[in-house]
Design a protein around this ligand. Structure first.
Ligand code: SF4
Length: 293
């Protein structure tokens, strides 16, 4: 069996930044006199349950509502928060640390400015995803969310249209939807806000799948970008999406086969390493933290 690896595995820059911000806040008093305050994230910081649990063990707790806390430090997740919540936080005594990914922030600001300039904002993305909910709020809740080319028919074409995308959207589906929009409305502005790290991984995953007999996509089942990698690969070859090594099944593998390995942008190196440590030894991953697997 031969293993082939995506060049980009593990965290993207936005997730790495969010994790390092979270880890930089003292969660315990120390001898130098630093007094720790409780640290929270409103919803998971990133979409990887195991990494979120690891952070919880370090003292970064996930809450589901602002009403649960009165004091402490609150971290905005990498995929952003709705404007109304950010305004509410400003009125509290909480210390705010903004870990919104700069690419998500750019999409938020575009949603805001297009709306202010009189465009009807169209967001290509998944309605229920927290990033899309946040983008919608930056367009004052007056945007249309388009998940499929069929949704384009429901859009009011009387106004000029400004198109943005969920940062982890598939390039292929964004382009399909934009083509439909162009037929429906001639007055539009398009901002492809899919982040480069996502589109590069999608392209690479497809190329890898074309060379592999089997693809293993590693990452949170709640991670939109990991699920997209899975969907791209499964169109090309037999593909499994796993979160942890325990999910691997010996029956999937064939001694002479080529196995491609890729991961979502929120999958930590320690999980990727634990998945493949019996199968090979990729050179470009950080060492396993002690006791993680
Ligand atoms: S996938 Fe892209 S937009 Fe999302 S956190 Fe990573 S760098 Fe930012």
């Amino acid at each position: 069996m031969r293993l082939i690896f995506a060049k980009k595995l593990g965290f993207c820059s936005g997730v790495r930044r969010a994790i390092s911000l979270a880890q930089s806040i003292p969660t315990r008093d120390n001898k130098k006199g630093t007094v720790a305050t409780p640290v929270y994230t409103l919803g998971p910081l990133i979409h990887n349950p195991q990494e979120v649990k690891r952070l919880e063990r370090l003292g970064v707790k996930v809450i589901s509502s602002l009403n649960q806390i009165k004091t402490g430090t609150l971290i905005v997740p990498s995929h952003g928060l709705p404007q109304s919540i950010l305004k509410k936080i400003e009125k509290t005594r909480l210390k705010l640390i903004d870990a919104t990914c700069p690419f998500v922030k750019r999409a938020q600001l575009l949603a805001k400015s297009l709306h202010e300039k009189g465009y009807h904002v169209v967001i290509v993305g998944q309605k229920s995803h927290p990033e899309v909910i946040s983008l919608l709020s930056f367009a004052n809740g007056e945007a249309s969310v388009v998940e499929t080319p069929g949704d384009v028919e429901k859009i009011n074409a009387s106004k000029k249209t400004g198109v943005i995308s969920q940062t982890t959207q598939s390039v292929e589906s964004f382009e399909k939807i934009v083509r439909r929009l162009k037929i429906k409305n001639k007055r539009f502005k398009i901002h492809n806000t899919i982040c480069k790290e996502t589109s590069q991984r999608q392209k690479e995953a497809k190329g890898l799948a074309e060379k592999a007999d089997l693809m293993i996509v590693i990452g949170g089942k709640n991670s939109a970008n990991t699920t997209r990698l899975y969907n791209i690969c499964k169109k090309v070859t037999r593909t499994y999406h796993i979160e942890l090594p325990e999910e691997l099944r010996p029956g999937w593998f064939n001694k002479k086969g080529v196995v491609g390995i890729t991961s979502g942008t929120s999958t930590p190196d320690w999980i990727i390493k634990s998945v493949i440590k019996n199968l090979g030894n990729p050179p470009h991953l950080n060492p396993l933290p002690k006791g993680e697997c």
